[in-house]
Design a protein around this ligand. Structure first.
Ligand code: F3S
Length: 410
């Protein structure tokens, strides 16, 4: 692999440990994937920002890099292990808070912004089409590659850290034109009305195409929230990092452009039957009683908060029900100014910052709050909930989830 003189000096350790280690990681990855060179990147979104993922060993590694390491590009932190402001009242343990402070502090020392969110593109970091970036967090990767048209591979904690320190990534995978061509053609033959419908489409597709690049036809309109849900679901049942919607996403003005002149490996139809079956498959809670309603996976937008506040105005969350709306600190600040926060709090809902059930030590919260079942409008959360945190999960549209928060029942 070609390295410039400066890059070679970093690699040889002439500029200290963090640069040497970072170069070692990136060059190794580049060799594995056949990259010919390294390319400059314009931002990093850091996975492994939760101590539930990094563990104590990961925290120590980041602290070691932070002794002298400095980030060369704007870097935002992904979702953390707990709400840094209300952790105690939510039932998190002091030890988790202390460890998370060490990890967040080490990243901040190197120059990161402690956004602690999986939707940095809603407030915090927004690249433009064609820009090379190094992002982690599967839902954000699928969104930023597909909806925005920026270029990133699926970075893990060590490679994203290495890119933040060097400002570089190895030139392979989704950085290259030829790997951005569609591979599967999905005809959507049923109206998609809600974000949950988009999540169901993503879940169904991800299972079939796995890590391939699907191209959708038959979708003439979609909101940012619906595309956010589609991205998260594609990356949870499968490991899709890039998709195209003909006539909607920036690299697919036409069917031919989406496939870069090539042909689909296979074609499929997503119809009403597939939509209904996917909803049923994702619904793993068949009783009536619920204990946690979780909205904001991926982290909620202003529009979602507006809708929730509109519904909750003058209503009350049923006593004993935990109603969480997960957001970034940026969205919380705007919601505060818009008055949505007061309405949601007045109704008994909780705005939960910085975290989510999957990246939290959820067993602590389940014990502390006696949680027995969860309700969500997110296909990603419905996918991971029953397995990862062992809690039966009901999957349904936002309105149904909000009704459940008020009535205490599905
Ligand atoms: Fe975000 Fe957590 Fe969902 S990181 S996409 S809220 S599982």
């Amino acid at each position: 692999m070609y390295l410039t003189e400066e890059q070679q000096a970093w690699y040889d350790g002439k500029n200290g440990f963090p640069l040497q280690k970072a170069m070692e990681i990136i060059v190794q990855l580049g060799k594995i994937y056949g990259a010919e060179r390294l390319i400059p990147i314009s931002s990093v979104h850091m996975p492994g920002s939760s101590v539930v993922v990094s563990g104590e060993a990961g925290v120590k590694f980041v602290e070691k890099m932070a002794e002298t390491g400095v980030f060369r590009v704007p870097t935002t932190l992904n979702t953390g292990a707990l709400d840094m402001e209300s952790w105690e009242s939510l039932g998190y343990k002091r030890a988790t808070y202390d460890l998370q402070c060490r990890l967040t502090g080490a990243y901040q020392k190197m120059g990161a912004t402690a956004l602690h969110s999986c939707t940095p593109y809603l407030g915090g970091s927004l690249p433009r089409k064609g820009q090379h970036i190094a992002w982690g967090e599967s839902s954000a990767i699928a969104f930023i590659n597909s909806v925005v048209g920026a270029r990133t591979n699926r970075e893990g904690g060590p490679s994203a850290l290495a890119s933040a320190i060097t400002g570089l990534a190895a030139d392979y995978g989704y950085h290259l034109d030829e790997n951005r061509a569609g591979q599967f053609l999905i005809h959507v033959d049923t109206p998609l009305k809600t974000s949950t419908d988009f999540g169901s489409l993503g879940y169904w597709t991800g299972k079939i195409v796995e890590s391939g690049v699907p191209v959708f036809t038959g979708i003439s309109e979609a909101s940012v929230d619906q595309l956010k849900m589609l991205s998260a679901a594609l990356a949870s049942s499968g490991s899709v990092a890039l998709f195209h919607i003909v006539g909607l996403t920036p690299e697919a003005p036409t069917l031919d452009a989406a496939f870069l002149g090539g042909k689909a490996q296979s074609e499929m139809v997503f119809d009403q039957k597939a939509l209904n079956e996917t909803r049923e498959k994702l619904n793993k809670h068949h009783g009536e009683d619920i204990s946690l309603v979780a909205i904001g996976c991926p982290h909620a937008s202003m529009e979602e908060l507006e809708e929730i506040a509109g519904f909750m105005k003058g209503k009350k969350v049923k006593s004993g029900i935990h109603f969480w709306i997960m957001v970034s600190v940026a969205i919380k600040a705007i919601a505060q100014r818009s008055g949505y926060l007061d309405i949601i709090k007045e109704a008994g809902g909780k705005i939960v910052l910085d975290t989510c059930p999957i990246l939290s030590p959820m067993q602590d919260l389940i014990k502390a709050n006696g949680l027995k079942s969860m309700v969500t409008n997110s296909a990603k959360l419905a996918h991971y909930g029953p397995g990862q945190i062992a809690i039966p999960t009901y999957y349904g549209d936002l309105e149904k989830c909000l009704n459940a928060a008020v009535s205490g029942k599905i």
